[in-house]
Design a protein around this ligand. Structure first.
Ligand code: ADP
Length: 152
């Protein structure tokens, strides 16, 4: 049977326990998950360096041979196609996420019919965690360690 490969794309600036939860739950559905850090053009200046974040996510999943961590700077649908991913994994926290994800999913479907977007509803305990809030807390020297699955 064909391997079910999912791409989990995001800015991951930083990668949080909410993201980790989506990936681990995704493993119940897919044979392999590619966590891909995108260079988001609208948020082009990162707070956490991409190399640092790549290493930290790699460390987080070092015991999982079926989770791969990589970077990309092209259309998500195109990157998925090149990497043999037929599924796009995304997390949903609220209606704001839904509005955004809905339009992305529609455009991706137009661009690449074979790519199916799959959404997991956030676990309640992580629903309020956002990368932007963590950046704010970290900027002012607050302790963010309990929101992250690795040590900074
Ligand atoms: P992007 O800039 O592409 O939105 P993010 O790194 O902010 O990238 O998020 C990547 C994905 O993870 C998105 O689908 C987002 O909705 C989801 N996500 C972010 N935070 C959480 C969370 N706390 N729980 C579940 N999903 C989340």
């Amino acid at each position: 049977m064909k391997k079910r490969v999912a791409l989990f794309p995001g800015s991951f600036d930083p990668f949080t326990k909410g993201h980790e939860d989506i990936v681990l739950r995704g493993l119940e559905l897919f044979d392999e998950i590619i966590v891909a850090i995108g260079y988001n053009t609208q948020k082009s200046v990162r707070y956490f360096e991409i190399e640092l974040m790549t290493n930290l996510i790699n460390k987080t999943f070092e015991k999982y041979p079926n989770i791969r961590v990589t970077q990309f700077a092209e259309l998500t649908a195109e990157f998925a196609r090149k990497n043999g991913a037929s599924f796009l994994l995304r997390g949903l926290r609220n209606t704001t996420d839904f509005e955004y994800e809905n339009s992305i999913a529609q455009i991706n479907r137009e661009l690449y019919q074979e790519l199916e977007s799959v959404f997991l509803i956030t676990s309640p305990k992580f629903a309020w965690i956002s990368s932007s809030i963590i950046r704010e807390v970290h900027r002012y020297k607050g302790d963010v360690s309990k929101f992250l699955p690795y040590k900074l």
